[in-house]
Design a protein around this ligand. Structure first.
Ligand SMILES: Cc1cc2nc3c(=O)[nH]c(=O)nc-3n(C[C@H](O)[C@H](O)[C@H](O)COP(=O)(O)O)c2cc1C
Length: 214
């Protein structure tokens, strides 16, 4: 099975790109690692023609404002339906918010897309709380290991492993206790530590409460 991995982030193969980290981790322990291409660094039409020669496509994409990046949509519009059976497509969505429930709308679209393209649908893997992976990879060792396990199982079975998918997708929704804890963290200001660091670094801390449109 000849599979191509596509990175759908506008950041392309930058070292700050989580989708690229996901892609590299997915192929890391494969016996014959799949080729990775970045949508951002290719002409959509040419890339669509290129991927048509593969048996399978795995598209890894981030969520920006609950939706897929515009470059992914532009690329999808260039894809032609397969003329014969036997091709397959799967998706890995990664995003910053903890709950993967927010991925379901894009997920439904992607499932329909597979059908419209006459590809078998391999499924959509979701991972939340992924925004900081490129900054603190050591804190995400478990996630990175799961991704390489997903890749190894994919190479063997041409499918996403249910158990690994379940672990990555968790939590779909936060428990009441976790929600309460998060509200507390925000109330005492702990949730602002990271944001305030960025504001200070950019010398705009004193402007953080400005309301220029009023
Ligand atoms: C402008 C912007 C909008 C975002 N919108 C969402 C969102 O709606 N939901 C979410 O979970 N994460 C959101 N994120 C976080 C990204 O999905 C997250 O950082 C992701 O890992 C980025 O992947 P990339 O590095 O591959 O582009 C947003 C980030 C930015 C910068």
């Amino acid at each position: 099975m000849n599979t191509i991995i596509l990175n759908g982030s506008p950041k392309g193969n930058s070292e700050k790109c989580n989708s690229q980290i996901f892609a590299e981790q997915f192929v890391k322990d494969m016996k014959n690692p799949c080729e990775i291409k970045c949508i951002a660094q290719n002409v959509p039409k040419e890339l669509a023609q290129y991927v048509a020669d593969f048996d399978a496509i795995i598209l890894i994409l981030p969520l920006y404002i609950h939706a897929m990046p515009g470059i992914v949509m532009k690329f999808i519009e260039e894809l032609e339906p397969a003329t014969s059976k036997g091709k397959s497509i799967g998706f890995i969505i990664q995003a910053g918010f903890i709950e993967t429930a927010q991925h379901k709308y894009v997920g439904r679209y992607l499932e329909n897309l597979a059908e419209r393209l006459n590809y078998s649908y391999l499924g959509t893997v979701s991972k939340g709380e992924a925004a900081a992976i490129y900054m603190y990879p050591k804190m995400f060792k478990k996630v990175l290991k799961l991704l390489s396990e997903l890749g190894v199982a994919y190479e063997k079975n041409h499918a996403f492993d249910d158990e690994v998918v379940k672990k990555l997708t968790n939590p779909y929704e936060l428990s009441k206790f976790k929600l309460w804890l998060l509200r507390l963290v925000n109330k005492v200001g702990l949730g602002n530590i990271g944001w305030h660091k960025v504001l200070r670094e950019n010398d705009v801390m004193d402007k953080r409460l400005d309301r220029p449109f009023l």
